[in-house]
Design a protein around this ligand. Structure first.
Ligand SMILES: *Cc1c(COP(=O)(O)O)cnc(C)c1O
Length: 484
């Protein structure tokens, strides 16, 4: 390891703005007031907020420095499994900023919003084509929100047939939001064990599926990064008892142009536009979790729905069996534009996106297997899951290695998830990393594994180069300190 990515030089310390402020310092230079002041409104008198006095340059430097301490996909590789932290082309931001879109007011009547409605309608069609489903709602604001919508659709479907089922099957390799969404919707989640290959077996599902079970929620590829190969057989079993198949398609990045979800028996699927389709994931920004359904479930989709009638686009509420409205107006519109722009600019190359995402993950899996323990040694999809078992003798943990990666300029992978692997290290390189970057990541992990043997204490101390060391994440989340 001669080289590390990122920079370690010239790291400036940065006090809080309250510590930097000097009484009387001002941040603007407008001409002096040359008219008498208006008599102040007494209700506005009194103590103002305790803001510090700062100059413009103080403020600019403060925030610019803070922004440089941040790590982002735009500054380096971000192999956070299950999150698809890939590079998003900036052109898609530009399309979202076009005035016709950015200035469109959600209260404008449909006659004055034909362009925006057309874009939404075409995006729905494109997503239906990519997934192999029939109808799409763009309303849900996130993956988990899409899951909730899907569960409401399950409920509405069974209700329309005069039945009320209480359970949902959820594999132990499902994303954690799945049981949460099912529970929020009033279903009882029934765990399903994956087999020794890390996937579901049809027999296990057959044993659990009954007439009080509304269906199954399958994450595919699952959280081990493995394709659920028995999904067709599972769909037959669940459909045989009039249950439905929900597919958590947040990881469609692995499957575009390769797997037709409609054909393999999926009834409802959500996508994460803020993973696969050019909106960055994470950071709390807006996302979109469109829900795609097969024809027989279309009547239950959220309203209003964009429809085309005599060459004009309208918003229709005329779906009496709909689960209702799940988001203000029509969803997070800016995210939809970026997805539309991304899909049109990629065209048939979307298939290559998935092929490269899978190739990159398998490359890392093959190169690091042995260095790190690989619990399921079989071809993976867009991500691979290791563990710290090989380092156990030196008492070096997943956390130690993840923290040490930061010293070498990499964002750590996802750790301790999925729960089915003890001490999991989940790496998702994405299709946008070059072979050179992947090799540097692999070399870095090999170096860390060597350090684990020769100098384990160094790893317990990591990270040493970032501004902060090991944080108390629990206290930070439970008792956030938001004031200076
Ligand atoms: C990210 C993810 C989700 C949750 O998506 P949010 O937008 O964060 O709610 C659900 N399932 C899977 C498989 C995911 O990777």
């Amino acid at each position: 390891m001669k080289e590390t990515v990122g920079t370690t030089g010239l790291i400036l310390n940065e006090p809080l703005l309250w510590e930097k402020g000097k009484k009387g310092r001002i941040g603007f230079s407008l001409p002096r007031q040359d008219v008498p002041p208006a008599s102040p409104d007494p209700s506005l008198m009194g103590e103002g907020p305790d803001f510090p006095d700062l100059s413009e340059v103080d403020v600019i430097r403060h925030y610019t420095r803070l922004s440089q301490w941040n790590f982002s996909v735009d500054s380096g590789m971000y192999p956070l499994g299950s999150c698809t932290m890939k590079y998003n082309p900036k052109t898609n931001e530009n399309q979202a900023n076009l005035r016709g879109f950015a200035d469109a007011h959600p209260l404008l009547p449909p006659e004055l919003s034909q362009g925006t409605l057309k874009m939404m309608s075409e995006l729905e069609e494109l997503l239906a084509e990519i997934t192999g489903m029939d109808s799409v709602s763009l309303q849900p604001a996130a993956g988990a929100h899409g899951e909730l919508t899907g569960m409401l659709v399950f409920y509405a479907y069974h209700k329309s047939k005069g039945s009320r089922r209480s359970k949902i099957l959820i594999p132990d390799t499902a994303h954690g939001t799945n049981p949460a969404s099912a529970t929020l919707c009033g279903f009882k989640s029934v765990p399903v064990k994956s087999n020794d290959q890390g996937i579901l077996s049809a027999e296990t599902v057959a044993e659990l599926m009954d007439e009080d079970t509304a269906g199954i929620m399958v994450t595919n590829p699952n959280t081990l990064g493995l394709f659920e190969e028995n999904i067709k057989k599972i769909a037959e079993i669940v459909h045989g008892k009039d249950g439905l198949i929900y597919c958590d398609g947040a990881n469609m990045n692995a499957l575009m142009g390769i797997v037709n979800m409609g054909d393999i028996g999926v009834d409802v699927l959500h996508l994460n536009l803020h993973k696969t389709f050019s909106t960055p994931h994470g950071g709390g920004g807006p996302g979109a979790g469109p829900v795609c359904v097969k024809k027989h479930l279309e009547p239950f989709l959220p309203v209003p729905r964009v429809m085309e009638k005599n060459g004009k686009y309208i918003l229709s509420e005329d779906f009496p069996q709909s689960v209702g409205k799940l988001h203000g107006f029509y969803g997070n519109f800016g995210v939809l534009i970026k997805a539309y722009s991304y899909i049109l600019s990629m065209g048939a190359d979307l298939k290559k996106v998935s092929q490269l995402a899978v190739l990159n993950a398998n490359y890392i899996k093959e190169k690091l297997k042995g260095v790190l323990y690989l619990p399921y040694d079989r071809p993976c999809m867009h991500e691979c899951v290791f563990s710290d078992k090989n380092q156990a003798a030196q008492k070096v943990t997943t956390l130690d290695m993840a923290k040490r990666l930061m010293d070498y300029g990499f964002h750590p992978p996802t750790i301790y998830f999925p729960l089915v692997v003890h001490g999991a290290i989940m790496v998702e390189p994405t299709e946008t990393e070059s072979k050179e970057n992947l090799d540097l990541f692999i070399e870095t992990f090999k170096t860390i594994a060597e350090e684990a043997k020769t100098n384990p204490d160094q790893l317990h101390e990591a990270p040493t180069s970032p501004k902060v060391r090991r944080l108390d994440e629990t206290t930070a989340a439970r008792h956030p300190c938001l004031m200076g």
